[in-house]
Design a binder for this molecule. Structure first.
Ligand code: ATP
Ligand code: MG
Length: 196
């Protein structure tokens, strides 16, 4: 039994070592976190915390302003390695004002475009950006072009339930957060430290 395990692990190690050796390119990646389950934004901010731990400079643009003063905002806002920008006003069904939403989206994009040209930033998080394309507040073409021209080592994470296909075409990593169950549907109220 043990010998058998050891033989299998030796073989597995050889396969893994070969895969690790084959992945030798060093560059920034575009990560898309999509799907209807809970965990996209929190995963993005978790990855950002990992980068900050290594002394990397990060920026967040929130394309939709959810609640005031989320826990993540309070935690990161004064961190010297993070610039946090809340640009949108709220969900479309909250603002109910299309022209105001479009103006906010364009302003957020102008900033995003600037950051995508600035190699001082190691990681950019564009939270809930995908809605901008879904509601046609922004065109995806210029976003794809700017992402492709960004500094070689810059990492970008984009979150949102549905993701524009042209972004998926150029992404390096795409994770789908699936909704199997959510406490909200069990009647549990949104709470501090879990939802916001
Ligand atoms: P989180 O910020 O917790 O990582 P998320 O970014 O994956 O969540 P969003 O679509 O941005 O999810 O929604 C944000 C808020 O909606 C969070 O408070 C989250 O708990 C809640 N939420 C996420 N998925 C669901 C769901 N399937 N049903 C109900 N509420 C949800
Ligand atoms: Mg989110």
């Amino acid at each position: 039994m043990t010998d058998n395990h050891k033989t299998r692990m030796v073989a597995k190690k050889a396969v893994m070592d070969k895969k690790i050796a084959a992945a030798n390119e060093e560059r920034g990646v575009l990560i898309l976190l999509k799907g209807n389950g809970k965990g996209k934004s929190s995963s993005a901010f978790g990855t950002m915390a990992r980068s900050i731990g290594h002394g990397k400079k990060c920026a967040v643009i929130q394309f939709i302003k959810g609640r005031n003063e989320t826990g993540e905002y309070k935690f990161f806002k004064d961190h010297p390695m993070v610039d946090w920008h809340v640009m949108g006003h709220g969900f479309t069904w909250e603002t109910q004002d299309k022209s105001q939403d479009i103006t906010a989206a364009q302003k957020a994009w102008a900033l995003a475009e600037e950051l995508l040209q600035n190699d001082a930033y190691d990681m950019l998080v564009f939270d809930e950006m995908s809605y901008m394309f879904k509601y046609q507040y922004l065109e995806v073409g210029p976003v794809v072009a700017a992402l492709q021209k960004r500094p070689k080592d810059q990492n970008v994470i984009i979150t949102g339930r549905t993701m524009a296909l042209p972004l998926q075409d150029i992404a390096d990593t795409i994770s789908v957060v699936q909704d199997e169950r959510h406490a909200f549907r069990l009647g549990v109220k949104a709470q501090k430290g879990i939802e916001f």
